[in-house]
Write a protein that binds this ligand. Structure first.
Ligand SMILES: Cc1cc2nc3c(=O)[nH]c(=O)nc-3n(C[C@H](O)[C@H](O)[C@H](O)COP(=O)(O)O)c2cc1C
Length: 337
């Protein structure tokens, strides 16, 4: 057998660790980290599986949030491939018969572009955090919003920056969904089950130090993770920005491919925002009820499925959350063709 001289070296153990760490740094619903990375038998690729043991069934019955999280991990892997000077050739949902196999990377070719996404996004992978703090009364400049719109569009997803009327509609819908969640003991218990102490022992879930305050004026509906009324030590409420800046991510369809694309767009937008010093919170509450999700759509924007609501602005970066070890996420779930 002659070896194609254009092929890269096989991935070393250090390469695989770098890839798994980058993938595993992605955001996920309640920091559930529903992914597993498996080297391909040729030694020059990586398969990405959904970890179905790490779902959040009441908040995410269809598994959309699992796919979004894995999509975000896939985007981080594409960025990390560039760090290894490899071209990431990705097939999404490559095996119909294997719905848990969400992506396969062929990393056997050298990188085609020196700066694949126009910016070096790699440092932002570790710097990106959810910020649940009040944001300043300072608009994100239109030029930056334009870059975020382009970044999402490059992944096949529409990012819309909402005008005041749209913001008020989405705030009302999120407030309604948050109060329904609060009144539902099973959902409150599910969310609370992902709360973790701040003693550094957790590998997943959300430590209390990463939770923000609630809005003193009850206008900005941040998710209450510890129940209503909050259990355990609650932070004193604080005054949030009067009118939050909100964006939506919308896809033409509403299936696994749309969700994977949403995750990639989310992470591409978030890494770019991080480089610009722009903070982000995800509001998922209104996505969790069919009627409030339906009403999130902008009637003027035509058909489409809102996948996520993003709150953007300037403020503290947010605390780091724990991750499962690379030994755990870099799995043995082969062989992958
Ligand atoms: C699909 C999805 C839904 C999320 N929903 C919420 C939410 O409703 N409220 C919230 O504060 N954070 C939400 N998050 C953010 C996660 O809690 C966060 O990504 C996770 O705890 C890891 O923290 P990090 O983003 O700082 O790395 C969501 C993330 C994803 C991917």
């Amino acid at each position: 057998m002659t070896l194609d001289p254009a092929l890269t070296q096989m991935l070393s153990a250090a390469d695989l660790r770098l890839l798994a760490a980058a993938g595993g740094a992605a955001p996920s619903l309640h920091n559930s980290q529903p992914w597993r990375f498996v080297p391909t038998p040729d030694g020059r690729g990586l398969a990405v599986y959904a970890d179905t043991g790490r779902t959040v069934p009441l908040a995410d019955p269809a598994g959309a949030a699992v796919h979004i999280a894995v999509g975000a991990a896939v985007f981080n892997l594409r960025v990390a491939a560039g760090k290894l000077d490899r071209e990431p050739l990705v097939r999404l949902l490559p095996e119909v018969a294997e719905p848990e196999l969400l992506a396969v990377f062929d990393l056997s070719r050298p990188a085609a572009a020196a700066v694949p996404f126009g910016r070096d996004l790699y440092p932002a992978i570790a710097a990106r955090h959810t910020s649940r703090e009040p944001f300043a009364q300072r608009d994100v400049p239109e030029a930056v919003i334009g870059e975020l719109i382009d970044a999402a569009r490059a992944e096949g997803v529409a990012l819309a920056a909402l005008e005041e009327e749209g913001v008020r509609r989405v705030v009302d819908l999120t407030t309604e969904a948050e109060s329904r969640n609060a009144a539902d003991p099973a959902r409150t218990a599910e969310t609370r089950a992902w709360l973790r102490p701040d003693d550094g022992t957790a590998e997943d879930g959300i430590p209390r130090s990463a939770l923000g305050p609630q809005d003193h004026d009850a206008r900005v509906p941040m998710r209450e993770f510890s129940g209503h009324p909050p259990q355990g030590p609650a932070q004193p409420s604080r005054r949030f920005e009067a009118l939050p800046q909100l964006c939506t991510l919308t896809t033409p369809g509403d299936g696994p491919l749309d969700w994977l694309r949403t995750g990639q767009a989310l992470e591409r937008v978030w890494l770019l925002a991080t480089l610009h010093g722009v903070r982000l919170t995800i509001w998922h509450q209104a996505i969790e009820w069919p009627d409030t999700r339906w009403a999130l759509r902008d009637p003027a924007a035509g058909p489409g499925h809102v996948q996520l609501v993003l709150r953007t602005g300037y403020g503290p970066p947010g605390a780091a959350t724990p991750r499962r070890s690379v030994e755990e996420t870099l799995g043995d779930r082969g062989p992958v063709a």
